[in-house]
Write a protein that binds this ligand. Structure first.
Ligand SMILES: C[S@@+](CC[C@H](N)C(=O)[O-])C[C@H]1O[C@@H](n2cnc3c(N)ncnc32)[C@H](O)[C@@H]1O
Length: 275
């Protein structure tokens, strides 16, 4: 069997890539597909770029469904510490948990913008009655529940922000599918996008198109709910992305990550010996 015919490194989540060097080699191999990496690949890169140990500032996770996990928070923070974005854009503010993570763990000059639907509670009254079993088995009901919850509770994890953090935060209230990235001055102005809004195929595709416009050819897109047992359309959408490019994922998380342009080169160079 030739080397090219073998499965690329990291294709099996049970055998993830373990080092920055092996990850750089995976990109040199170039074949598209999902490349699973251990979290330590991100942590090694973070350590290589920062002299002092890097803190992780985070609230305790909400007890209800809908926000990221602690391991996901650690991986996202490592990515932010590696890429050092000037501006982060998030689809899906929800209660502001991941938004507050981005504010607390990015550089003081980094702007953070996040979009969610805002006050739509009256449209979704029915979603208040869904059972836990329904929420864990029906992706549409789950999404309606999340939309209703954000509408009722608002971004409560952003209530006690320091003034300096409040100044670098923009909260947008609209359907992300109508977001005019040019009018908002976001095209080519964002380095890091977190796609965690509506989980239906059409919304993910629309959010991703806008994410790419915002990156303008260089940066990071992280999607949430890849391989989720509930939001199967995210996984189906990501299969198309992984047909065209290398998509990173960390086993034990629902994160999928794409790196492009100069940001990809800088990310790969961190802590990887030339091969
Ligand atoms: C999974 S939650 C986001 C969780 C958040 N990123 C966190 O980790 O704390 C998804 C959010 O996307 C919002 N959403 C769903 N469809 C949307 C749309 N079309 N436009 C904007 N926001 C949307 C929902 O209202 C919900 O608050």
């Amino acid at each position: 069997m030739t080397a090219q015919a073998q499965e690329p490194a990291g294709a099996d989540p049970a055998r993830p890539i373990e080092t920055p060097e092996a990850l750089a080699a995976r990109y040199r191999d170039g074949r598209p597909g999902v490349a699973y990496i251990k979290p330590r690949v991100l942590f090694l890169k973070t350590e290589a770029l920062h002299e002092a140990p890097v803190p992780l500032t985070i609230h305790l996770p909400p007890s209800g469904i809908g926000s990221i996990s602690l391991l996901e928070a650690a991986c996202l923070t490592a990515l932010v510490r590696i890429v050092r974005p000037r501006r982060i854009f998030e689809f899906g503010t929800f209660l502001g948990y991941s938004t507050s993570l981005f504010l607390a763990n990015s550089d003081p000059g980094c702007d953070v913008a996040s979009v969610d639907l805002g006050d739509i509670a009256s449209d979704l009254a029915e979603a208040a009655g869904y059972s836990d079993a329904e929420l864990r088995s029906d992706d549409r009901k789950n999404d309606d529940h999340l939309r209703l919850t954000q509408s009722r509770l608002g971004p409560l994890y952003l209530r006690d922000l320091a003034e300096a953090d409040r100044r670098r935060l923009t909260l947008l209230h609209q359907d992300s599918r109508t977001l005019d990235t040019a009018a908002l001055g976001l095209e080519g102005a964002v380095d890091f996008v977190f796609v965690d809004g509506g989980h239906d195929f059409g919304t993910i595709a629309s959010d991703t198109v806008r994410a790419r416009r915002m990156l303008g050819g260089s940066g990071v897109i992280a999607w949430h709910d890849f391989n989720s047992g509930i939001h199967g359309e995210v996984t189906r959408y990501m299969a198309g992305e992984a047909d065209r490019d290398i998509i990173l994922s960390v086993p034990g998380t629902l994160l999928a990550v794409s790196l492009t342009g100069a940001a990809r080169e800088a990310f790969l160079a961190a802590a990887a010996a030339p091969g």
